[in-house]
Design a protein around this ligand. Structure first.
Ligand SMILES: Nc1ncnc2c1ncn2[C@@H]1O[C@H](COP(=O)(O)OP(=O)(O)O)[C@@H](O)[C@H]1O
Ligand SMILES: [Mg+2]
Length: 323
């Protein structure tokens, strides 16, 4: 059985669950927001070294046989929801910690093929680390300054020039999303505020095209976004509706480096953002370890959902052959 860790609202998970169902592969959605209010977790270790882990879903009266899941997809794990009757702050903190320990330990104790392994996924999602590994495999990255020192920030912006320097955040959440922005001359005086929280500054990399490369196991799908035709040149997502998205043929050397990058990070799935510059350089920006692909698939026809389904399904048959 395939364990899909996400939420019913996740259209990508729903598409893959449908695909698995059509392929006759058993899969189940695990929504952690229902824990511990609406489900009970049990992990049994017997003398015979057998283990039995299960999640009992109280309302539906169904059981997810966790220890029989040989394939797990770390898609969009949800935050857990404590019981409202635990009101004392110290008790809530304690309950949270204990839940976190049980759940993180559960992932490590499963005998599953992971897409992506949660520990590696967590590590790989840090931008400073991604930039280091991208450099290590020979990918070009933008000249970057991550700083909370206003003097360093001012010096970096001076070096590259306002309107030639962008700033962006480490992580976007659903309720706190900011596009990449070019620094305007009048914003230089705001640079003092980096002392409150570090900011990623980079040289502005002009685009001939923005590239989105989705890697799923051995499959690589590259697509281009015609950013220069849009009016906002510092982030194609601002006008995604108007953008033309097309399949793109990556040079072999770049594809090989991206595969090496994924391997070094230990990722099975990743959606990579790059820019192709007007003078033909391929510049790495980031990898999204659980990035969206439907907006690419819908416009290019690239069969990414199918690749996700078959990558997961192939591991189920791999395990049953070896058991
Ligand atoms: N250094 C840069 N120069 C020009 N454009 C950039 C630069 N960094 C990011 N962008 C644009 O902003 C978009 C979002 O940036 P990205 O690095 O992917 O971070 P995130 O998606 O986490 O916000 C990119 O896809 C690209 O269009
Ligand atoms: Mg991005």
């Amino acid at each position: 059985m395939i364990l899909v860790i996400s939420a019913p609202e996740d259209d990508h998970a729903v598409a893959v669950l449908e695909g698995l169902d059509q392929a006759g592969v058993a899969a189940v959605l695990l929504d952690l927001s229902q824990y511990p209010q609406h489900s009970h977790l049990t992990m049994r270790y017997d003398r015979s070294s057998a283990r039995s882990f299960k999640l009992r879903q109280i309302d539906a009266n169904t059981i997810i046989p966790l220890s029989s899941c040989r394939v797990a997809w770390w898609r969009r794990p949800q935050p857990v929801n404590l019981h409202p009757e635990v009101t004392d702050a110290a008790h809530r903190f304690f309950a949270h910690n204990e839940i976190h320990e049980a759940i993180s330990g559960l992932w490590l104790a499963l005998d599953a093929f992971w897409m992506n392994d949660p520990t590696r996924d967590e590590k790989a999602s840090h931008k400073p680390y991604q930039l280091k590994i991208a450099q290590a495999v020979g990918l070009e990255i933008p000249v970057t300054c991550i700083t909370s020192d206003p003097d360093e920030a001012r010096a970096f912006v001076q070096e590259h020039g306002p309107e030639r320097t962008i700033y962006k955040m480490f992580t976007a959440t659903e309720d706190n999303w900011r596009e990449t922005r070019l620094i305007k001359p009048e914003e230089i005086e705001l640079l003092d505020s980096v002392r409150f929280a570090p900011v990623i500054f980079q040289e502005y990399v002009p685009a001939q095209l923005d590239l989105r490369i989705t890697i799923v196991g051995d499959n690589l799908f590259a697509a281009s976004v015609d950013t220069p035709r849009l009016s906002y040149h510092a982030d194609y997502r601002m006008e995604l509706g108007k953008a033309q998205v097309e399949p793109f043929e990556l040079p072999m050397g770049i594809a090989q480096r991206l595969r090496a990058f994924m391997k070094q990070l230990g990722l099975v799935y990743g959606a990579i953002d790059m820019r192709l510059t007007p003078d033909g350089r391929f510049v790495f920006l980031e990898v999204n370890t659980a990035g969206q692909w439907l907006f690419i698939e819908e416009r290019t026809g690239q069969p990414i959902t199918e690749a996700v389904v078959s990558t997961l399904a192939a591991q189920v048959s791999h395990f049953s052959l070896h058991e």
